[in-house]
Design a protein around this ligand. Structure first.
Ligand code: UGY
Ligand code: MN
Length: 254
């Protein structure tokens, strides 16, 4: 049951402490750090002119002939998640719902053929004294530790990366049965970048309630009140980023 929006309308909103970017707003462009590659930058510090905005980037990579990358900008870590198709990492296949966490200043050969789509999170790595930078992690959603969120088996949370101080970011996948919800309105120092993998629901962001659906992107800044309920006939699933394990008195400069 979909109805086409009248021209001149969009659900997309960019507010002081949150944003919703609908599929209808996507504008592809060449991606810096990638060869022969078009993508859509969904979230970046530019969202609020670089000050007080997101401290990370989230973008889609649309595969094409010759599309590849060999590393991120200096000091930048990447989490690459395969939304569709199969990409190749150093000669090995990275199939749909697989991921790779790539440490800062590492080199690799990641190619993205036509019909493959990636979701990428990038963040300047914040070293922690006495703690080694972790090595590359490659895994699958199916193999990730998964548990009921705060005891609710209708809201299952999969954590893709190890919860260790070496990692200053987490990327998780939330699977909700229709009708399941976050148990309370969260307000926290961590920020989020979210991508709706499937289904629909209602997201509360600050003092607004947004209907959301597959393909939507959400930025939640630090301390943005947030709550979600899955609705409709199908389960809902989203993948999201959060910054963790670092002293809030010394945030990275954005
Ligand atoms: O990890 C989280 O903070 C998560 N519960 N937030 C969210 O899904 N909006
Ligand atoms: Mn949260």
């Amino acid at each position: 049951m979909t109805s086409k929006m009248l021209f001149g309308e969009t659900r997309t909103r960019v507010e002081r402490d949150h944003a919703l970017i609908g599929l209808d707003s996507h504008v592809p462009s060449p991606l810096v750090g990638w060869e022969n590659t078009q993508g859509v930058v969904l979230i970046s510090p530019a969202m609020r002119g670089g000050s007080g905005g997101p401290r990370f980037a989230q973008y889609l990579v649309r595969g094409s002939e010759g599309s590849r990358t060999t590393g991120a900008a200096p000091g930048v870590q990447r989490l690459v998640y395969v939304l569709a198709g199969t990409s190749t990492m150093d000669g090995k296949p990275l199939a749909t719902d697989s991921f790779a966490w790539l440490p800062p200043d590492s080199k690799y050969d990641l190619s993205v053929p036509q019909d493959c789509e990636l979701l990428v999170f990038e963040k300047l790595y914040q070293p922690l004294e006495g703690v080694a930078v972790p090595r590359q992690v490659v895994g699958t959603l199916a193999g990730a530790p998964t548990a009921p969120f705060l005891g609710d088996p209708d809201a299952m949370l999969a954590t893709l990366l190890p919860i260790e101080p070496g990692f200053d970011m987490a990327v998780n996948v939330f699977n909700y049965k229709s009708g399941a919800a976050l148990p309370f309105v969260e307000t926290h120092v961590m920020e989020h970048g979210l991508y709706m993998r499937s289904g629909m629901g209602v997201y509360r962001l600050a003092e607004r309630w947004y209907p959301v659906q597959t393909g939507d992107t959400i930025w939640m800044g630090s301390y943005c009140p947030q709550w979600f309920v899955a609705m409709g006939k199908q389960p809902a699933s989203y993948i999201y980023y959060k910054d963790i394990h670092r002293d809030p008195l010394f945030p990275p400069i954005s």
